[in-house]
Design a protein around this ligand. Sequence first.
Ligand code: HEC
Length: 196
Amino acid sequence: MNPKTILPIFISLVLLAAVIIFAAGCKSDSTSTTPRTGTITQAELDNVTMRLDSGITGDDASNAFTAVNDTLTVKHKLRDLFASITKSTSVSEGDIFIRKAYYISSTSYPKRDSVINFVVMVKREAGYYPAGNDWEYIKIPYNATTDYKAHPFGLLPADTSTSTAPDLTKTSLRGRLQAQCATCHAGASGDFLFSR
Ligand code: HEC
């Protein structure tokens, strides 16, 4: 073959290779480095497996109760904490923390009786809710009709709020729950988390 025909073929091959490498680079960018925004899915909640703490009862000074003068949490008799990351992993967007609260069985203390509720914090995108340290706060009451084998922490309530203002009501189940959650959690020492 004469060099005049080889050269254009060679250049085309180099260009093709460059296009393939560039496309592959773009693809990995969009799956791994694009910051996640938005809230979690039911599947992500179901898949939380890490047990952070177990059998917390009463007014434990070690988890900063005294700092927040807590009179509400102690009503949630006995608590287990779960998370999508370990205690020493730094928190990033999409990470999930869960507190499961039970009544205490009166016969053998401290024994877990029926579940009261689940409270969940999801780390959201920067600017989502600055006054709440960009956490989304979710309350999931116990519901006898829920399949807890499939959904160990219950079913996510619908995200219905259209307002981005801190929620000062005490009725919403989800979002920027200032009055119900964030005001107290602001008293925790690390990133609004008492377990840190
Ligand atoms: C009066 C204070 C107070 C209020 C109000 C409160 N919490 Fe908490 N929360 C605590 C304390 C204290 C802990 C530490 C664990 C324990 O002692 O049960 C905790 C633990 C948690 C955890 C486990 C992660 C961690 O380490 O902090 C989550 C998730 C959570 N709360 C979510 C919520 C949500 C959602 C609401 C609102 C519906 C809420 N909390 C309201 C005091 C409060």
